[in-house]
Write a protein that binds this ligand. Sequence first.
Ligand code: SF4
Ligand code: SF4
Length: 467
Amino acid sequence: MKYHTTLSKRGLMKLLGLGENTGAMGIVSSLYRDLDEVKASPVAERKLPGWIKEVDKPTVEIDWNMMKRFDSSNIMLTNGFAQAVGPENAMKSGGHAVARGTKTILENEPGFTLRDKALVAGGWATSLLTMEHAFLGPGITVPFKMSGIPDDLDYPRYEGTPEENTQMIRAAAKLYGAASVGVVELDENTRKLFYVNDAWPWDGRKWEFEDVDKAYEDKNKKVIPYKAKWVIVYTIRMSPPSLATAPAALATAASASAYSRGTSVQLHLQQFINRLGYQCLADGNMGTSGNSPGFGVLAGLGELSRLNRMISPRWGPLVRVFKVITDLPLAPTKPIDAGIFRFCRICKKCAEVCPSNALSMETEPSWEVQGAWNNPGVKAYYEKAPNCLSHWLKLGGHDCGICLASCCFSKQEGSFIHDLVRQIVATTPAFNKMFRKLDADPGYGKDPEAWWNLNLPSYGYDSKQGS
Ligand code: SF4
Ligand code: SF4
C-alpha cells in the first residue's frame, strides 16, 4: 500500500522547524517538494560501502540474561568515582581539578589557556540549556495550533510503512546535522540498555515503561509508553584536528560542541516527529537515559571496541552517539561487521598510550567486569573507569581523549587507513598486524597553539569524508 502525504510546502517548512523564513523556503522547496521527496533524497537510503557487512548479531557477544538495567549512580560522573576511590580521595581530586583549572589560565599553560577553556565552555552551551526539559520535546512550548502534542493536531497524522518512515527519518536527521542514523526496536532485552534512573546528577528520576498511551513525567519518574518502541540512534562527528591536540582542552571543546550539535538534532527531530503526529522522547542529550554506544552498536552505526565505546567504520571513535525514542513505527537497521572488533584484538594501541592504564591490554575480550561502573552481559574490553577519571581530574577537569585520537580508525583523509585499508581490515584479518605496525603516528599531542591558525572547515571536519 502506498501512502502519500498531503502537506503543503508551508506545512513541510513548519515540520522541518524552519517557520516562514522565505529564503529557507526557497531552498527547501527546490530540494524537497513534499515529504515523499524527503524520503527519496540521496541521503535517505542506508548506503553502506560493500566492505561493511550487515549482520544479524553485533560482532561483540551479548548475554541478555546476564544484563540488568543499570543503576546510573554507579557511573563515574555521578557517585561511581566516590564509591570506587572513597569520598575523601574523590573530594581531594575534585579540589585539585578546580585549583589547576585556575592555575593553568593564570600561567597561560599551552593547551589550557583562557581562550582554550572559553572554547570548551562555548562548546557545551546548547547542550546544557535543554537538560531539564528534554523529555517530551520542545513542541509543547510552541504557541500556535500545530502545538506538537499529537492529540491536538488539526489534521490526520502522517502514515507510512515502517521502511518508508525509517528512510524519512534518516533524511530528516541528516538534514538537521546527523552523520549517520539507525533504528533499534525496544523489547525485553534492548530495554535493558536504559538506566534505572537518569544519570544527570541534578535529575536522577526513574526511567520507567508503562502501558499508557502518552509519555509523562512527574517529580519522581519519566515514563515511556511501551508503544514508543523505536529508538532512533544518530551520530555527530567530532573534529579530528581538534582531537589531535589531546589531552589539551581543545579536544574537550570538540567533544562539547558535538554534544551541543547532538542536542540541536534532537530538538529538530522531536519537533518534526511531533508535527507528524507522534511522540518523540529524549534525555537531556548527555546519554543520561541509557547506554548510547550500545544502541549505536545494535543499530549498526559502528562496532564495539577496546575503548568499550562504539567505533564508526568511517570516522572511528571520533563520533558522539545520541538517541531519541518514538512511537512512529520504524524498521530497525541491522548491526554491522567492518572487522573493527577483530582488529582491536591485535591492535592495543589505545591501551598502550593510555596514561592511566585504564584500558585492557588483554588480547581476548571477557565477560568479567572491572567494577560496579560496568554493566555485565557483554563480552567486552571492560575499562578501569576510575583510573580514567582520576587522570581527567589531574588535567584540571578536562577530557583526556588520547585514546580516541590515537585510534587507528581515527585516521581519516590522506592517511594510512584510507578506504582500501578499511576494506582489507574488514575482509582479510591476516593483514591486521601489518597495518597496526604501519600506524606509527601517535595521533595525539599536536601543538594546541598552532590549532588556532588552522582555518578549519565548518565544525572542524571535512564533510566530504563519507556519509
Ligand atoms: S581518556 Fe585518557 S585516561 Fe581515559 S582511557 Fe582514554 S587515554 Fe586513558
Ligand atoms: S586503537 Fe586499536 S585497539 Fe584501540 S580501539 Fe582503536 S583499533 Fe581498537
